[in-house]
Design a protein around this ligand. Structure first.
Ligand SMILES: [Zn+2]
Length: 234
């Protein structure tokens, strides 16, 4: 996951992309190397607490597809007006990116693909909804995305012929795990609220292979949980 709005400036973005490899341990620019609440993590379900948590209300509009290959991942830039509401907090959907295999692990296990739906509130607080994909039936939205991946890296393309909604990435069941963490690419900014959906979606072997041809393993290793509390819905 990367989130441009949290970076100091566009210049800082291009500098960090030019000088820092996308995924590695011991990143030189703090808090990647020093943070105590980093992402991704391995969720050990036996060690977490069950709590009475508010439902995620995801009101995602149909938008014109805007896509960029940002050298970390394939990223959808989402047009304004789609929201995630959790209790009295409202976040706007900004970007979606993908990781192969998943960055998030559950009881040590990764799955073939993970989507990060990256939101921010009006004060810049970031909330990520993570969706895990098992091997199975093709996801129709992934077909539309993969078909329109720009040939040139770093240049966003607007695909006026393609209307999409992030709702097509969501499983039907509402349960989730939640904890605080960070962005998973430099600058690894902390204070990000994570919602990892318990139910999975599926992607076909062909869809996974197509993504893997571009990004064979765009995954940051799991980070120590330390003293963070991980909660799950009932
Ligand atoms: Zn991501």
């Amino acid at each position: 996951m990367q989130f441009r709005l949290l970076r100091g400036s566009i210049l800082a973005v291009s500098l960090s992309l030019a000088t820092v490899p996308a995924y590695f341990a011991g990143e030189p620019n703090p808090p990647c190397g020093t943070g105590a609440a980093q992402s991704p993590i391995d969720i050990k379900t036996k060690k977490i607490k069950t709590a009475d948590l508010p439902p995620l209300r995801q009101d995602y509009r149909q938008v014109t597809l805007n896509l960029i290959d940002n050298s970390h991942s394939i990223q959808v830039n989402y047009a304004a007006g789609s929201t995630l509401t959790v209790g009295n907090k409202v976040y706007t959907l900004k970007e979606i990116d993908f990781h192969h295999p998943s960055e998030t692990r559950v009881n040590g296990k990764a799955v073939p693909l993970e989507a990060h739906l990256i939101h921010a509130d009006s004060g810049g607080k970031v909330a990520v909804v993570a969706v895990l994909f098992d091997l199975g039936n093709p996801n129709p939205l992934l077909d539309v995305l993969w078909r329109n991946i720009p040939t040139e890296k770093g240049k966003a393309v607007n695909v006026s012929a393609a209307s999409i909604t992030a709702a097509d990435l969501l499983p039907a069941a509402p349960g989730y795990y939640t904890f605080t963490g960070s962005l998973t690419t430099p600058p690894c900014t902390e204070g990000v609220i994570w919602y990892v959906l318990k139910a999975h979606k599926t992607a076909s072997k062909e869809q996974l292979d197509d993504f893997a041809r571009l990004y064979k393993k765009n995954v940051r290793p799991v980070q120590p949980v330390n003293d963070r509390q991980i909660l799950q819905t009932k």
